[in-house]
Design a protein around this ligand. Structure first.
Ligand code: DC
Length: 232
């Protein structure tokens, strides 16, 4: 007979995961959701981006599997929020929030994210964000790999054109120059790489609710997710 399962306190902490391709609005929706529920928030893509930036600064090549997994193990990255509730990311104590948003950083992150040893090195760090009263985690494999026991799993997507347009606006709002066509091509390339990799590929897990946010505003998507969160 199977042993009765004893749940450790951390596995009782509810997790809501929001996965999907770049530019689908995961960052905005997950941050608002976390705020509404009073939960912690994990933007896992920022970890991969921070690793890409650290690798470039320390001249670790994107195909140096050992160097990258080592770096992932002791990466000094911290997430904070200021009095206006804006998120800040610090790498080795230095603010890198805007630097991480650049497409070059996202592209490098997508390349090193395909290395299984890198993903393994970042796994426990991501799980460490799970704390009471709950966690909203966003990324590519939050529901499928990192938090398979999540209470609610959302796969948020939108058409490539709309995602490129949103990214474009987001970058311009942050004062970062961008070209819409280049963004569209970069996002398409990144989608393809993220979906084709052998480990934790970008695809909805079987128990995920798929939301296509093409043509929907932030409020509509958030309301839909909140309704789903209420129902589980
Ligand atoms: O969400 P983002 O654009 O910041 O993510 C940057 C890259 O990091 C993305 O192209 C793939 C990778 N990534 C991943 O493989 N797994 C995650 N959970 C989050 C991001």
């Amino acid at each position: 007979m199977a042993e009765p399962q004893v749940l450790s306190p951390v596995s009782c902490v509810p997790v809501i995961t929001i996965d999907g391709p770049g530019g689908a609005g995961k960052g905005t929706i997950s941050r608002l959701l976390a705020r509404r529920l009073g939960y912690a928030w994990l933007e896992s893509g920022a970890l991969y981006r921070a690793l890409a930036l650290a690798a470039s600064r320390q001249r670790v090549a994107l195909d140096d599997v050992v160097g990258l997994s080592d770096l992932a193990g002791w990466l000094d990255v911290r997430f904070t929020t200021d009095v206006h509730d804006r998120a800040h990311i610090l790498l080795a104590g230095q603010e890198v929030t805007d630097t991480l948003r650049a497409e070059a950083c996202g592209d490098a992150a997508s390349r090193l994210a395909a290395i299984p040893a890198v993903r393994t090195a970042l796994l426990s760090r991501q799980r460490g964000f799970r704390r009471p009263p709950g966690l909203v985690a966003e990324g590519r494999d939050m529901g499928s790999v990192v938090f398979p026991d999540a209470r609610l799993k959302i796969f948020l997507t939108a058409s490539l054109k709309e995602r490129a347009r949103r990214r474009y606006k987001q970058l311009l709002d942050q004062g970062i120059g961008a070209n819409l066509n280049d963004l569209l091509n970069e996002l398409a390339g990144r989608d393809e790489r993220d979906a084709a990799r052998s480990v934790a590929p970008l695809r909805p897990s079987e128990d995920a609710v798929i939301i296509d946010s093409t043509g929907l505003g932030i409020d509509e998507v958030l309301a839909r997710v909140l309704r789903l969160a209420d129902d589980v």
